[in-house]
Design a protein around this ligand. Structure first.
Ligand SMILES: [Zn+2]
Length: 118
């Protein structure tokens, strides 16, 4: 089944190389560190996320603000993968960055206009 949306060059390259891992990069617009990766294995889109882990409450705030959220999963073969979260996952597996082995690590979509400092 062909995807309706055309892949951008970054997605094409990642698809070709079979690489799913997200990387730390600097946002070209605002200069802040971001995680750049694909948000799924199939029909993936480019995800740009702030690297800071969110609590369950922070994830809900981010969603209420119209930002996506992503699960950060450790991939033993490559590194960390980003997975777009839906409302069922947010409810069923709440973000829990300090859960040790059972941690649910969640990051929020990057927005250039958001600033943590005044
Ligand atoms: Zn930015």
């Amino acid at each position: 089944m062909a995807s309706a949306r055309k892949l951008n060059p970054y997605e094409e390259e990642r698809r070709r190389s079979g690489e799913r891992r997200c990387r730390e990069q600097t946002c070209r617009r605002c200069g802040r560190p971001i995680l750049l990766g694909l948000d799924n294995d199939v029909t993936a889109m480019t995800a740009r996320a702030d690297p800071g882990l969110l609590s369950a409450a922070e994830e809900l705030l981010a969603r209420a603000d119209g930002r996506r959220s992503y699960r950060l999963r450790r991939n033993p073969r490559s590194g960390d993968d980003l997975w777009l979260r839906d409302r069922w996952q947010i409810k069923g597996e709440p973000a829990n960055p300090h859960g040790g082995l059972w941690a649910v690590r969640v990051v929020g979509e990057h927005r250039c206009e958001l600033r943590s400092e005044p």
